[in-house]
Design a protein around this ligand. Structure first.
Ligand SMILES: NC(=O)c1ccc[n+]([C@@H]2O[C@H](COP(=O)([O-])OP(=O)(O)OC[C@H]3O[C@@H](n4cnc5c(N)ncnc54)[C@H](O)[C@@H]3O)[C@@H](O)[C@H]2O)c1
Length: 268
């Protein structure tokens, strides 16, 4: 993929994993459209990308709104010769047991975490297919898609669906020159919890503790993503504990879920 200026669109790039990916791509000379609701944060990412040797533009985007996606695609098609990479990464968090997690929060979670990704794929797949150098889609799911921990239903469902969507796209696009990668990271300390919808304070406190203990960084995820893109890997599962869970679930699904149910208790 050398010789032409590479263009990437990253959602949720005002912060965390999306920002780290933008900066990592900048080191390889990419041009990045930093897309997010948080325009101030996007502008900070643009400055960081430029410091790292790339170029970038901040684009205000609510991933839940098809009209905004359509308008963004129109603007970028006027400015860019081709698109090489779409990273559907914007996401939100929250927790509450099925039955008490409000339906409005279920819809919000699926709207951002699942429909946000569906929209990015829907509006950009044809342009990626048209890229003579071959395009790439990266979707951010989570280790939550494997573990299905209690009290995390909305988040788990949204992320499991992103894995399934990515697998479907992988099979659909393999012979059309577009590669697909799905990220399934464990806990990474970012701003993710701040905007979450927590049914009880204890759930938020528990998530804060897990974030505080996490050793995986957004930069680690960005580095692993670039490696997977080079190797044309579908799955990026990290850290090592996540890969162990991933294998165990496939080896003995019932036993794995029995352990989850025994070991991870909902906080009262
Ligand atoms: N941090 C973790 O532990 C972790 C683990 C696994 C997966 N993930 C996933 O990684 C992705 C990035 O999260 P992060 O941890 O970097 O969190 P973050 O909060 O730092 O970044 C998420 C970004 O998404 C943006 N966003 C939220 N709703 C949006 C919308 N409707 N339209 C556009 N942008 C929107 C936010 O403004 C924010 O900048 C998410 O999909 C998250 O679920 C995070």
């Amino acid at each position: 993929m050398s010789g032409h200026r590479r263009h990437a669109l990253i959602t949720g790039a005002a912060s965390g994993i999306g920002r780290a990916l933008a900066v990592r791509l900048a080191r390889d000379g990419w041009h990045v459209a930093v897309c997010d609701l948080d325009h101030e944060g996007s502008r900070e990412t643009v400055a960081l990308v430029e410091q790292a040797g790339g170029t970038a533009q901040a684009e205000r985007l609510d991933v839940t709104l098809p009209a905004e996606w359509e308008a963004l695609r129109g603007r970028l098609r006027e400015q860019w010769e081709q698109i090489d990479l779409v990273v559907n990464n914007a996401g939100v968090s929250g927790a509450g047991e099925v039955g008490s997690f409000p339906l409005a929060d279920w819809r919000w979670m699926l709207d951002v975490n699942l429909f946000g990704v569906i929209h990015g794929c829907h509006y950009f797949v044809d342009w990626l297919v048209a890229n003579p150098h071959g395009g790439h889609i990266v979707n951010t799911a989570s280790m939550a898609a494997t573990v299905s921990a209690p009290s995390m239903g909305g988040y788990n469902v949204s992320k499991a669906a992103v894995v399934s969507l990515s697998e479907t796209l992988y099979a659909e696009l393999r012979h059309r020159g577009v590669r697909v990668t799905v990220l399934c990271p464990g806990f990474v300390p970012t701003k993710l919890l701040a905007s979450g919808r927590w049914h009880r304070q204890a759930l938020r406190d528990q998530a804060e503790r897990l974030f505080a203990e996490a050793r995986l960084t957004a930069d680690d995820v960005a580095e692993a993503t670039l490696r997977a893109m080079r190797r044309r890997q579908l799955y990026v599962v990290l850290p090592l504990r996540g890969r162990i869970f991933w294998r165990l679930k496939r080896l003995m699904p019932q036993g794995f879920m029995t352990c989850v149910a025994r070991l991870i208790r909902s906080t009262d």
